[in-house]
Design a protein around this ligand. Structure first.
Ligand code: KIV
Length: 268
């Protein structure tokens, strides 16, 4: 029998019950299966895909087709977790609300995700409202928004100054008003994340935003130590798989060269 999916109503209930929400990224079938079996509430098919899987320097080159391709694989592996897929750079915020709705609809119809995530504040209100009215749940994303990397000048902490902090709180309220069901807060001071979390009724999910939020998200490739190019300060490494993989690969090479693989038991 199919297991019950986590729903956006479950997430709201968790905020009300002060039960922390867990979210991790996945981009393929085996990782989605592992994340799902670990009982994580939400799988984000993030456009971090571009950096930690496809090897780009940033997330800007990721396409709708990339997101659909990887989300389909995740969907095959995840039975219970709610699947949220990032709308990639330039698939929204283009002054064409109807195109945003079409793009969100294409992602949901073709990928099997239950919701989409968009980066940005009040300026997105009309697009979010239209997508939600089309029946598609939307997750918001404020603070460090990697799709605006060329505008914000690098991967660094956002909204440290009073004016920017005030704007972030008012953006969070505008996104809630527009209909987002949850809000990612990335790389902002912990005190500001707490203020936002208390100011809105929808769950906040932090990444580099301290612990006074309703849930946490990390990029799985970072927290498992698979992506080794750089590790942000806010990441806790729960494993060092890159080292383990390299050791295993070297052992394989050594065994083949020495004629120790395969053995008779490993042959027919
Ligand atoms: O793309 C992504 O993985 C994200 C998370 C960092 C929240 O947006």
């Amino acid at each position: 029998m199919n297991k019950a999916k986590v729903t956006i109503t479950d997430l709201k209930a968790k905020k009300e019950a002060r039960e922390k929400i867990t979210m991790l990224t996945a981009y393929d079938y085996p990782m989605a299966k592992a994340v799902d079996e670990a009982g994580i509430d939400i799988i984000l098919v993030g456009d971090s895909l571009g950096m930690v899987v496809l090897g780009y320097d940033d997330t800007l080159s990721v396409t709708i087709e990339d997101m659909i391709h990887h989300t389909k694989a995740v969907n095959r592996g995840a039975e219970e977790a709610l699947i949220v897929t990032d709308m990639p750079f330039m698939s929204y915020k283009t002054q064409d609300v109807s195109q945003t709705v079409k793009n969100a609809g294409k992602i949901i119809k073709e990928s099997g995700a239950q919701a989409v995530k968009l980066e940005g504040g009040e300026e997105l209100a009309a697009e979010i409202r239209a997508v939600v009215e089309a029946g598609i749940p939307v997750m918001g994303h404020l603070g460090l928004t990697p799709q605006s990397i060329n505008q914000v000048g690098g991967f660094k902490v956002q909204a440290r100054e009073n004016k920017a902090a005030k704007k972030l709180v008012s953006d969070a309220k505008a996104l809630e008003e527009a209909g987002v069901f949850a809000l990612v807060l990335e790389c902002i001071p912990a005190a500001l994340a707490k203020e936002v979390t208390e100011a809105i009724g929808i769950p906040t999910i932090g990444i580099g935003a301290g612990k006074e939020v309703d849930g946490q998200v990390l990029v799985t490739q970072d927290m498992l130590g698979i992506f080794a190019d750089f590790t942000p300060k806010f990441v806790r490494k729960y494993a060092n798989l890159n080292d383990e993989i390299k050791t295993a690969l070297k052992n394989y090479k050594q065994d083949v060269k020495a004629g120790e693989f395969p053995t008779q038991q490993e042959s027919f």
